[in-house]
Design a protein around this ligand. Structure first.
Ligand code: E4P
Length: 217
């Protein structure tokens, strides 16, 4: 399973990239706004840090302008994936860009029917938002399972990119379902390292080790 980082905070991305666990980055207009920086500058910097796909989202709502925005974003680096919303114009843009060999991430997916359309439009990634579905009392993971079944039935190459991830359990559940990618807020990636018994066990080992008076080096 690949891990993307869901942030436009370059310092966070640099900090996590050194772990070797970061396979890509996703951004969206809200994350760019949170960074307080110009979109082109921040996306370019992220692409310099991470080799894998960096999703940069168009902000137009009509196909023609989406294509123009995509053309500008694609000039920034070779590893840009264009992110489009799951709308009629978004999927028209997805089809046109995918036909040109460009990676497209279709975002704001909340149903299996939408995911089917995105795959038929040639999306490299479909981003179902599990956390936002859970928030309204619908199981986000049931959606991941449905999409996985449908994509397997027809051998679609579109990768399932689990988005709107709220905690480690989402990552574990998505991994059990065979999702290709999870995009994680930095705090969620860091939380995957943690277990109280790891801390407790290490503390006990170090105390016992100190009593020996030994040193490996
Ligand atoms: C990533 O591609 C999505 O934009 C992001 O995961 C949305 O997460 P949120 O629901 O926490 O805003």
């Amino acid at each position: 399973m690949k891990f993307f980082i869901d942030t436009a905070d370059v310092a966070e991305i640099k900090d996590l990239a050194v772990t070797g666990l970061v396979d890509g980055v996703t951004t969206n207009p809200s994350l760019i706004a949170k960074s307080g920086r110009p979109i082109l500058e921040v996306i370019k910097e992220i692409c310099d840090v991470v080799d894998g796909p960096v999703s940069a989202e168009v902000t137009a709502t009509d196909h023609e302008t989406m294509m123009k925005e995509a053309a500008l974003l694609l000039k920034l680096a070779d590893n840009i994936a264009i992110k489009v919303p799951l709308t009629v114009d978004g999927l028209k843009t997805c089809k046109a860009l995918s036909d040109d060999g460009i990676q497209v991430n279709v975002t704001l997916c909340f149903s299996a029917g939408q995911a089917l359309l995105a795959a038929k439009a040639g999306a490299a990634f479909i981003s179902p938002f599990v956390g936002r579905l859970d928030d309204i009392g619908i199981s986000g993971m049931d959606l991941i399972a449905d999409i996985a079944d449908i994509y397997a039935n027809f051998d679609f190459d579109t990768e399932i990119l689990v988005a709107s991830v709220r905690g480690p359990q989402h990552v574990i559940d998505a991994a059990k379902l065979g999702a290709d990618v999870a995009t994680l807020p930095p705090a969620v990636l860091r939380s995957l390292y943690n277990h109280p018994l790891t801390d407790k066990g290490l503390d006990a080992f170090l105390k016992d080790w100190a009593k020996t008076g030994q040193s490996i080096l």
